[in-house]
Structure formats: structure tokens, C-alpha cells
Write a protein that binds this ligand. Structure first.
Ligand SMILES: Nc1nc(=O)c2c([nH]1)NC[C@@H]1CN(c3ccc(C(=O)N[C@@H](CCC(=O)O)C(=O)O)cc3)C=[N+]21
Ligand SMILES: [Mg+2]
Length: 291
């Protein structure tokens, strides 16, 4: 079998276009654009590129972009003061503080300071709790993008066996919550899991988010499975995912590539969450079916 390569770039472009149309309608109704503030502390090269790309995508989707670049030696109090100012700013619907932060800063304290109604990353404990309990909140962008790709590919997910490899607060845990809410039978595997291959042998859906290049081997994949690769690993062979792509593509029904899979969906979902935040904050009704 040769797997279908899931085109995350195309799916993301389509989502960004829908968001852009709805953002224009929001502006006509409210008299202002949905606004996204992105905060970058320090000079990390990869982060700087991500932040620039987010800014471009925000403008292209008819939204306002507010970029705040702070020096690497920014103090906790200074960063908190900026978050507080963004929380108060009515033009700002969404706030994203780019991770990782320099060592002197306490990321959890910063993320918890963001107004949960502006927390378009979905990292605030209030939004994590809402996701865990089935309440409406903000869902982290990467797992939300993965779920959209899975729905595009498979339609109904109920009853399928899903194995999520990785248990981070940013991807693994929220991904497992989303798949559970979609009525999958979910296993969370991680670095201490014994015999990962035995778990994957039953997996109709595999979401790999361990942060180790080519960690998931093709032989472990159940024939006909759908494989979502969240990994972004910079190696001598260039950018590679957490899955041995060649091996997995020969047995899976469908698989996301790296690049061009989950990554572009992450940014598109950030814009989607910002659009939703703008509507919730102003009380303008958004047709959730439209996005
Ligand atoms: N507060 C916060 N929220 C985030 O969502 C967040 C963050 N911090 N810190 C860094 C990670 C990483 N992340 C990516 C987004 C897009 C691509 C992406 O578009 N990747 C492209 C190109 C990859 C490349 O060439 O580098 C692709 O996979 O095709 C990748 C990674 C968001 N993150
Ligand atoms: Mg681990």
C-alpha cells in the first residue's frame, strides 16, 4: 500500500481563506478588525521566523497584527506588565506569548496571567480545564489542526482506536482530550511506555508528538492506519518529523508530511481562534459551521 499524503498546506490555506472572509464580516459588523498580539522575548532564530510568519498570515486574513519584540534579558515583572496591558487593550482579541521563553522567565506564570478569553493558544489552565470537561473554550492550535485533518480524512471518528505518542500540555494531553470527545478509544503513550509497538498494532489513528526524529517506525504502524506527524526536528537530513515517513507511508492509508502537514494548520487554527475570540468578546454571533 502507498499512503495518501495529507496536504496540510492546502487545508490550511482553505481554512485561512474562510477565516479571512469571516474576519471581513466581523469588521463590517463591529467597526474594527479582529486583533492578534504576538509577544517574542529574545532572539531565537526559529522563533523569530515563526513570529514573522504569524504576523504575515494575520494580515492576510484581514486581521490586525500587534508584534511585541522584547530583549532577551526582559524581567518577569516587565513581561507580566505587557500581558496586563494587552489584557486591557480592547483592540486585542488574542494574545500569544511565543515559547520557549528565556530561562529567567516563568512561562507557566506568564501563560496563567493571560485573560482566558484572549488565550488563543489555549494554554491557560482555565481553557485546559474547559477542554477536559467538555466546556466551550480555546483549544490549543496544533491538536485542533490535527483533529481537522483527521476529520477531513476519515469523517466519523467514533469507535476508532487512537494512540497519541507524547503527553505534553501543548499537544499530547489536549489531543487525547479531543479524540476522547470524538468518541475514539484513546491511549496516551510516552517515553516510559512499555512495548509501544504492541499499542500501535491496534491503532487506527496515530498522532506522534514526542519531539524525537523518526522515533515511530514504519513496522509499528497498523496497515491502513492514519498517521499524523506533529514533529518538527531539524537534523542533518533537513526538517524531519517524529515518524519514519518512508516506512510508515508504505503501510498507512494516509500520513501527514513534514513540512507541509500539521505545521501550517497550527497557524491557521491560531487565526481561527482569534476570530472566535473577537466574536465572543463583542457578542457578535459566529456561525461555527462556516469554519
Ligand atoms: N505560544 C506558542 N504557540 C505556538 O503555537 C508555538 C510556540 N509558542 N512556539 C513554537 C511552536 C512551534 N509552532 C509551529 C508553528 C508552525 C509551524 C509551521 O508552519 N511549520 C511549517 C514550516 C516549518 C519550517 O520550515 O520551519 C511546516 O511544517 O510545513 C511549525 C511550528 C508553533 N509553536
Ligand atoms: Mg516524554
Amino acid at each position: 500500500m502507498t499512503a495518501t499524503i495529507i496536504d496540510g498546506k492546502a487545508a490550511a490555506a482553505a481554512l485561512r481563506a474562510r477565516v479571512g472572509t469571516l474576519a471581513e464580516a466581523f469588521t463590517a459588523d463591529s467597526g474594527r478588525k479582529p486583533g492578534l498580539a504576538v509577544v517574542l522575548v529574545g532572539e531565537d532564530a526559529a522563533s523569530s521566523v515563526y513570529v514573522r510568519n504569524k504576523g504575515k498570515a494575520t494580515l492576510a486574513a484581514n486581521m490586525a497584527s500587534f508584534e511585541h519584540r522584547l530583549p532577551a534579558d526582559t524581567s518577569q515583572a516587565e513581561l507580566i506588565a505587557l500581558v496586563d496591558a494587552l489584557n486591557r487593550d480592547d483592540k486585542v482579541d488574542g494574545i500569544l506569548v511565543q515559547l520557549p521563553l528565556p530561562d529567567q522567565l516563568d512561562a507557566q506564570a506568564v501563560l496563567t496571567r493571560i485573560d482566558p478569553e484572549k488565550d488563543v493558544d489555549g494554554f491557560h489552565p482555565v481553557n485546559a480545564g474547559r477542554l477536559a470537561t467538555g466546556l466551550n473554550g480555546f483549544v490549543p492550535c496544533t491538536p485542533l489542526g490535527c483533529l481537522m485533518l483527521l476529520r477531513d480524512q476519515l469523517g466519523e471518528l467514533a469507535g476508532l482506536n487512537a494512540v497519541v505518542v507524547g503527553r505534553s500540555n501543548i499537544v499530547g494531553k489536549p489531543m487525547a482530550a479531543l479524540l476522547t470527545a470524538a468518541d475514539c478509544t484513546v491511549t496516551i503513550a510516552h517515553s516510559r511506555t512499555r512495548n509501544l509497538a504492541a499499542h500501535l498494532a491496534h491503532a487506527d489513528i496515530v498522532v506522534a508528538a514526542v519531539g524525537r526524529a523518526k522515533f515511530v517506525k514504519g513496522e509499528w504502524i497498523k496497515p491502513g492506519a492514519t498517521v499524523i506527524d506533529v514533529g518538527i526536528n531539524r537534523t542533518e537530513d533537513g526538517l524531519v518529523g517524529d515518524v519514519d515517513f518512508e516506512g510508515a507511508a508504505s503501510v498507512a492509508a494516509a500520513i501527514t508530511p513534514v513540512p507541509g502537514g500539521v505545521g501550517p494548520m497550527t497557524i491557521a487554527c491560531l487565526l481561527r481562534n482569534t476570530l472566535v475570540a473577537a466574536h465572543r468578546r463583542t457578542g457578535i454571533v459566529l456561525d461555527a459551521q462556516a469554519i
